[in-house]
Design a protein around this ligand. Sequence first.
Ligand SMILES: [Zn+2]
Ligand SMILES: [Zn+2]
Length: 105
Amino acid sequence: MATFRCASCRMDVSMHAPGTAHRNHCPSCLGSLHLDRRVPGDRDAGCGGRMEALGVTVRDDGEWLLIHECRRCGVLSANRIAGDDNALALLRLAMRPLSGSRLTI
Ligand SMILES: [Zn+2]
Ligand SMILES: [Zn+2]
């Protein structure tokens, strides 16, 4: 099974995630890499910077989205959370209000 190594906490992460077709972040520290440009999985960004979880937001339909910011180019992206994401880390982010939300979903 395909795995990737988390650039932030060095955990080996399985690409298979419950609840989402493309795992794009680490379920432990919620870190990610700037690989996708528009569609999750397109691997088209050409940046490769480390993306840090900035916060979570809840869509109208109740789905949780994780907001990532690229430490290299500063881009923001919203990603669906996976079924086995670290609930404590998610809650910690949820408690932290997005500072001056530059993001429109
Ligand atoms: Zn990690
Ligand atoms: Zn980037």
